[in-house]
Design a protein around this ligand. Structure first.
Ligand code: NAD
Ligand code: 6OD
Length: 487
């Protein structure tokens, strides 16, 4: 039986407590949600062993059709417990209910349906050939599961980003050991209940809680029984995980950080550009890997754009996530707030003009204990400032003017990162040229975050390795084998 007052590990279909606990804290008001049971090397080992055993048990013999049915049942199970998932996600992150109920939880369920359908309809290639002696041969490719997949997740979109990986991993017949972020253990734990409710065999989905270095994260990525590692998080952590994965040359998929640019041309639809750039900078309090922290605006509309984005930022309402009028949550933790505020200070020190924000909002009552910061806009920084070079992961952006298309491209590309960009223009030629010239994994034209989930998702440069999404996920979560038959 699960202890509902705590966050236990979920191993082989059972709830596993440990001696070591840490606090899961609500970032809205600093209140304690409950203790989290930290997994050590033994629990991680047990989870990997359970996953391995599941692969050689009934799960390993499931037909694709049965897996597909089960994935739809998981999605239905999330749907049935929608309010529980919503409450867990909001408690862990403090994000507005309007956001979690429209994005995080529906996508948590949709990720299972999506990959169930993709696997069901996936084809592999085949080639007939002539043999040198005048005979024939047929080549065909088959996919088999990688085996035990480690899924290491961040805290910003916990259920969405975890299921984005667990969905395809299970669809392809793997067994997973998930390490959710230490900040957001809630929905991964709850998903364990759903797995049992809908009859997923024990060991197929396991959850180990804890931190990264010298804790569950490192134990998991270093474990020799893990066949592949899929990770979302900071670039520096991705480097450490890649090092672990090098032992045994295990495949990694890394979805990492960004310092994304928006480029706004004078011929854009002004209101749509302001709205889109505003969402990309401030949604989820800026804690979105695809968020915009660098905005470049063509000079003729620069002042007007800065004023409009300022008005948008100042209209955001922090508060209780369940308040219908609230649309701006706290940062994930006090630690992350200290990091974001250090960049707010750095911007001032580097000579920025603070267009709006730059500090901490005044919150009433218990909310004063939350990890709030103001949405913030700067102008006037040199491109060499750390505020423009480094990922802040907060609700803030710097706006700079540009004159020519070439200058805009050079500014966008002057980053170690290459996750995404958005371009706002009324000229289709400009759109195509920019999309080709900016070195990123995703380029939006006159939109942001919109995406058909069958498309490749991932970053260029320091923003990641590999692509997930659609059949690209199948390439990571399966081993492709060619069979050549001579006849
Ligand atoms: P993080 O790298 O600090 O942590 C991510 C996960 O890795 C956590 O579960 C953590 O416990 C674990 N971890 C940390 N060190 C580890 C180690 N040495 N070995 C194994 N596991 C370890 O990232 P975060 O702060 O949770 O998330 C924010 C970051 O994630 C930002 O950089 C953001 O851009 C990035 N992100 C990227 C994407 C994407 O799709 N590219 C999506 C969301 C977030
Ligand atoms: O929508 C997705 O599938 C996805 N991977 C989004 C990533 C958001 C980053 O914070």
């Amino acid at each position: 039986m699960r202890d509902k007052t705590a966050f236990q590990n979920f191993i082989n279909g059972e709830w596993v407590s440990t001696e070591r606990h840490f606090d899961n804290v609500n970032p809205v008001d600093g209140s304690l949600i409950g203790p989290v049971h930290e997994a050590g090397a033994d629990e991680v080992g047990a989870a990997v062993k359970a996953a391995r055993a599941a692969l050689s048990g009934p799960w390993g013999r499931f037909s694709v059709e049965r897996r597909v049915e089960l994935l739809h049942a998981i999605a239905d199970g999330i749907g049935r417990r929608f309010d529980d998932f919503l409450a867990a996600e909001i408690a862990d992150t403090g994000k507005p209910m309007s956001l979690a109920s429209h994005l995080d939880i529906p996508r948590g369920a949709a990720n299972f349906r999506l990959f169930a359908d993709i696997v069901k309809n996936a084809a592999t290639e085949s080639f007939g050939m002539a043999t040198p002696d005048g005979g024939h041969a047929l080549n065909y490719a088959v996919r088999s599961p990688r085996g035990v997949v480690a899924v290491i997740c961040p805290w910003n979109l916990p259920l969405l980003l975890m299921t984005w990986k667990v969905g395809p991993a299970l669809a392809c017949g793997n067994a997973v050991v998930v390490k959710p972020s230490e900040e957001t253990p809630g929905t991964a734990t709850l998903l364990g209940e759903v797995m049992n409710e809908v009859g997923v065999p024990p060991g197929v989905y396991n959850v180990v809680h804890g931190f990264g270095p010298e804790s569950a994260g490192e134990h998991l990525s270093a474990h020799g029984g893990v066949n592949a590692i899929t990770f979302t998080g900071e670039t520096r952590t991705g480097e450490a995980i890649m090092k672990s994965a090098a032992r045994g040359t295990r495949p990694v998929s890394l979805e990492l950080g960004g310092k994304n640019a928006a480029i706004v041309f004078a011929d854009c639809d002004f209101d749509k550009a302001v709205d889109g750039v505003g969402r990309s900078a401030f949604a989820n309090s800026g804690q979105v890997c695809l968020g915009t922290e660098r905005v470049y605006v063509q000079r003729p509309i620069f002042d007007r754009f800065v004023a409009a984005l300022k008005a948008g930022a100042e209209s955001l309402r922090p508060g209780n996530p369940y308040d219908k009028h609230m649309d701006f949550g706290p940062l994930i933790s006090q630690q992350h707030r200290r990091k974001v505020l250090s960049y707010y200070e750095r911007a001032r020190a580097d000579g920025a003009t603070v267009v709006t924000g730059g500090g901490v909002p005044r919150m009433e009552g218990r909310l004063a204990e939350g990890s709030w910061v103001q949405p913030t806009i700067w102008t006037g920084l040199a491109e060499s400032s750390a505020v423009i070079r480094e990922e802040i992961f907060g609700p803030c952006c710097h706006i700079a003017p540009f004159d020519t298309e070439d200058e805009a491209i050079a500014l966008a590309n002057a980053s170690e990162y290459g996750l995404c960009a958005s371009v706002w223009t009324g000229d289709i030629g400009t759109a195509h040229r920019l999309a080709a010239a900016i070195d990123v994994g995703l380029c939006w034209i006159n939109s942001w975050f919109l995406r058909d989930l069958r498309t490749p998702f991932g970053g260029a440069k320091a923003s990641g390795i590999g692509r997930e999404g659609g059949v690209h996920s199948l390439d990571f979560y399966t081993e492709l084998r060619n069979v050549c038959i001579r006849f």
